[in-house]
Design a protein around this ligand. Structure first.
Ligand SMILES: [Zn+2]
Ligand SMILES: [Zn+2]
Ligand SMILES: [Zn+2]
Ligand SMILES: [Zn+2]
Length: 655
């Protein structure tokens, strides 16, 4: 099936080689790009442009940029919280006590001179790694504030520079005292991708806050009470614990549910163990069996000794660890008869032992990502990828699933490249286009500053959006001509790393994969970010703890993600565009099945293929939709169901 797809595609390729490519001047090219950029995938790519280096430097001058405020931090000093808010002296700083390394602690210690505090600028006071930490910080220190403003903006945080473009949330809080004279303000920047929170403050509240509602931190007695309950019943829910606390008359200062949840979460996380035996037991209990529920997670690729006992490595260089998980439902996405690229990517900071997680999945023809399998691995060598792919291959064979991947999208990683090529000789390894751009940005010093935007945004994208080798050569030659005068070293770098025959990673142009196949790894990267955001809350877990999380993840996606889109879904914009060009005068018939759109693109009326770059990238284009509309007009229409006309009542009224 996959080989069929490839050969069909090669035909497009070769037919184009024969045809004389149409000369399109550069401005026309840009206009065309703007024509059909309504798809969500396209919008993500457009955003990478916004994040280019010179735009970033403009954004950095914005007062709201945390980097900027951090710089100001060194010249201005924050007032001492304790001296300005009398009632706050009794609160114990739970969050910073537990995170002695966070910036806030050191800042508060060094900046104790209230006189030099600047009232005009925001000063960073805290950096949180997750929502719980943030909530706790506010509960303890700034319970007297309320949110007045919250909106999304492109993330400008310095440490996000090397990630795909994403949003951050901007939250503004003010003092509850409602006095005009009080200029106290809090600003929270929350990166949606990394789930990091940066908290800034401006000015201080003067005077007592006794009338303002504020909740204190949880008392030691209650904390101990909760821990005693969990020790007896490890599965008990925070709600039940709270009910017990509320009914216990000995305990004063009843806590909020959120506070109980925090204590439970912390305790459970600390006590999840690091033992190999526990993991072995878990694997033993969750193997594949006949008639297993299709949503139930199970381990595969498991090593056993002569007696059938499960063997797992401890993660050392001598004994690599591999724990592979999937479900029958997720394996439906493995079927190579479906259309769409496979994706593989490693993600980090999930497991305390610094083991990466391999995520393997598939994008459908609507660009949506579908999980297939997870693998906790201790290493990312060729043998580890071989082991993983082999496990999948054997499992597919056992279950009668056809698994012969045509296209795998990955970043520049030799280990997974070599492993895939070894096991699947016909596979094409596609290079993630975003990573080509990111890597080129790292070489931007080879380009004169005023040309960086042009080369890194426009030129690379133009090379990416090519429909054939000839088409690529045409733009490449123009590009080289431009570079030889302005940036010959960059041209050499681009060729050597991303275009030369000696490079493994040359397949990042849209003509390298069938129409509509994903050419970037951003779907899998956002999926990985969602694991951290929605499942682990950016807390690192033990291997055992993370396996339990993986069960949750696999169950969740098995139950909720049942639809794999096998045909591209045109955007509304493309449909509207198609409507406006659905006229026979735009098409000229060349042969029985071949039509030409305005003399530019040639379409096939049998399967409605088009040779334009939009069709190759998204799997649909306005030309194709227009021709299809016209062909539908040639057929008899279907009359709508008989029945009372919709506006019959109105007619009655009038008569
Ligand atoms: Zn960010
Ligand atoms: Zn105030
Ligand atoms: Zn990527
Ligand atoms: Zn087209």
């Amino acid at each position: 099936m996959t080989s069929k797809k490839k050969s069909k595609f090669n035909n497009i390729d070769s037919s184009l080689n024969d045809a004389e490519p149409i000369e399109i001047s550069i401005p026309v090219f840009n206009e065309l790009i703007q024509d059909e950029n309504n798809s969500s995938r396209e919008r993500i790519e457009e955003r990478i442009d916004i994040q280019s280096e010179e735009d970033r430097s403009v954004l950095m001058n914005d007062e709201d940029s945390p980097d900027n405020s951090e710089k100001e931090m060194s010249i201005t000093t924050a007032s001492n919280e304790v001296s300005s808010i009398p009632s706050a002296t009794t609160t114990n700083e739970v969050s910073s006590d537990e995170n002695p390394n966070t910036k806030s602690k050191s800042n508060e210690k060094t900046n104790t001179n209230p006189d030099s505090f600047s009232y005009k600028t925001f000063v960073m006071i805290k950096h949180c790694q997750n929502q719980l930490e943030l909530d706790e910080f506010f509960e303890n220190k700034y319970a007297f504030t309320r949110v007045t403003h919250s909106h999304n903006a492109p993330c400008t945080l310095e440490h996000c520079k090397n990630h795909i473009p994403h949003k951050m949330r901007y939250i503004k809080k003010v003092c509850n005292c409602k006095k005009d004279s009080c200029k106290f303000q809090i600003k929270i920047l929350k990166c949606e991708f990394q789930d990091e929170f940066f908290i800034y403050k401006k000015s201080t509240h003067k005077g007592k806050l006794s009338q303002n509602k504020r909740t204190r931190g949880i008392s030691k007695a209650i904390k101990q009470f909760i821990i005693n309950i969990i020790k007896h019943d490890s599965e008990i829910s925070p709600k039940t614990i709270l009910r017990r606390i509320l009914s216990d008359s000995n305990l004063i200062n009843k806590p909020q549910l959120k506070q109980v949840q925090n204590v439970v979460f912390r305790y459970r996380n600390k006590s999840t163990f690091n033992s190999i035996q526990a993991v072995q037991d878990l694997i033993k209990k969750n193997q594949f069996y006949d008639n297993i529920d299709e949503n139930r997670p199970f381990f595969f690729n498991v090593d056993k000794d002569k007696n059938g006992e499960i063997l797992i490595g401890n993660g050392s260089d001598e004994r690599h660890l591999h724990i592979c998980l999937t479900s029958l439902e997720l394996l439906k996405n493995l079927d190579s008869n479906l259309s769409g690229s496979y994706h593989i990517d490693g993600t980090y900071k999930l497991i305390r032992n610094r083991f990466p997680l391999l995520v393997f999945g598939r994008t459908d023809m609507d660009g949506k990502f579908h999980l297939i399998a997870l693998c906790i691995t201790s290493h990312e060598k060729e043998c580890d990828f071989l082991r993983f792919y082999n496990g999948l291959k054997n499992l597919a064979e056992d279950l009668g699933i056809e698994f012969d991947p045509g296209y795998i999208v990955q970043d520049a990683c030799d280990a997974s490249y070599n492993a895939a090529k070894q096991l699947f000789p016909d596979v094409e390894i596609l290079m993630c286009y975003f990573h080509v751009v990111l890597n080129c940005k790292k070489q931007k010093h080879l380009i004169p500053q005023d040309l960086q935007g042009y080369v890194l945004k426009k030129c690379l994208r133009r090379l990416h959006m090519t429909t054939s080798k000839d088409h690529l050569m045409k733009y490449y030659n123009k590009f080289i001509e431009f570079c030889s005068e302005n940036c010959p070293d960059f041209a050499r770098y681009l060729f050597k790393s991303w275009l030369s025959k000696n490079s493994k990673y040359t397949k990042w142009k849209v003509y390298n994969s069938p129409p509509g196949y994903a050419t970037t790894n951003s779907p899998i990267e956002s999926f990985n970010a969602s694991i951290k955001r929605d499942f682990t809350y950016r807390k690192k877990l033990s291997v055992f703890g993370f396996i339990l999380k993986s069960f949750e993840i696999i169950k969740y996606y098995s139950v909720t993600d049942k639809h794999f889109e096998n045909t591209p879904i045109p955007s509304i914009r493309a449909k509207n565009l198609a409507k406006s060009v659905s006229k026979w005068e735009n098409f000229s018939q060349i042969s029985k099945y071949i039509y030409e759109y305005k003399g530019y693109y040639s379409l096939n009326s049998k399967n409605f293929d088009c040779d334009c770059k939009y069709y190759l990238k998204w799997g649909y284009c306005s030309h194709q939709l227009a021709l299809r509309n016209l062909f539908n007009e040639k057929e008899f229409v279907n009359k709508s169901k008989k029945g009372r006309p919709k506006n019959s009542e109105k007619w009655c009224v009038r008569e």
